[in-house]
Design a protein around this ligand. Structure first.
Ligand code: CA
Length: 250
């Protein structure tokens, strides 16, 4: 029997992909106690079947899975039409910084390291759901300076000085980062503030990871001369600005 706490704020349909039976049972038990519905499967093939038959709000994906790594699965979810925006938490036994970065690069929104507490996992799920529900209700098109992004389609382009659009091929993290800057132009954010806002508070990622993604983003913006919009503010952090932009001729 499932006990539903009175203060349960965000019941969700959760897909858990985990080959260890004891962890599947623990996840199902603890998350259902929080009022969520959990479908726990042992491999990627079963997960795909669940996704085609159910509306899933959050996916928990183990890193090491039989028949295909969790990392590849996350990547495929990010490129899939119906699963592109799905909040994803990776479950990992790997604590190396590079591994965590690889997980987030593949498109995971957050991760927990085994052994993790069900309570911690639940609070991360709640935070992710809050963010994803917020983003679904906000405007779908943002425009700052030369940059345009559509938050529904995840497409972005820059308007070149000639007036022609230049499509921006953004990775998942770069998209989230650019979106955050475009929602908050002209304001300076420190690396730790960016980690909180873009990666989510409670993520344990080194601040230099932010620099890596800023560099990537600038590289993507450079062909459209929009990289200068993303300023480094010495000793403070980063800012998206429209000051000093070239004039658009048409
Ligand atoms: Ca495993």
């Amino acid at each position: 029997m499932t006990r539903v706490p009175a203060d349960m704020a965000t019941p969700a349909n959760i897909l858990a992909v985990e080959d260890e039976e004891s962890i599947r049972e623990m996840l199902t038990f603890s998350l259902e106690r929080q009022g969520h519905t959990v479908i726990a499967v042992p491999n990627v093939a079963a997960a795909r079947k669940v996704l085609s038959d159910n509306r899933i709000d959050v996916a928990l994906v183990d890193w090491m899975l039989p028949g295909g790594s969790g990392l590849e699965f996350v990547r495929s979810l990010r490129s899939g039409e119906g699963t592109r925006d799905m909040p994803i938490i990776m479950i990992t036994a790997r604590v190396e910084e590079d591994d965590v970065t690889a997980g987030l690069d593949a498109g995971a929104d957050d991760y927990v390291t085994k052994p993790f507490s069900p309570k911690e996992l639940n609070s991360r799920i709640k935070a992710l759901l809050r963010r994803s529900r917020d983003s679904q209700t906000s405007d779908s098109t943002l425009s700052v300076g030369l940059l345009r992004i559509n938050t529904s389609t995840h497409r972005a382009h820059a308007v070149k000085t000639s007036g022609n659009p230049h499509p921006l091929e953004l990775g998942h993290t770069e998209f989230k980062l650019l979106r955050f800057f475009m929602e908050n132009p002209e304001r300076v954010y420190s690396r730790s503030q960016l980690l909180d806002h873009v990666w989510g508070s409670g993520t344990f990622i080194e601040e230099r990871t932010v620099d890596v993604h800023i560099l990537r983003l600038r590289k993507i913006l450079k062909p459209a001369e929009a990289d200068k919009m993303l300023e480094t503010v010495r000793g403070a952090g980063y800012r998206l600005t429209v000051k000093g932009l070239p004039q658009i001729t048409s």
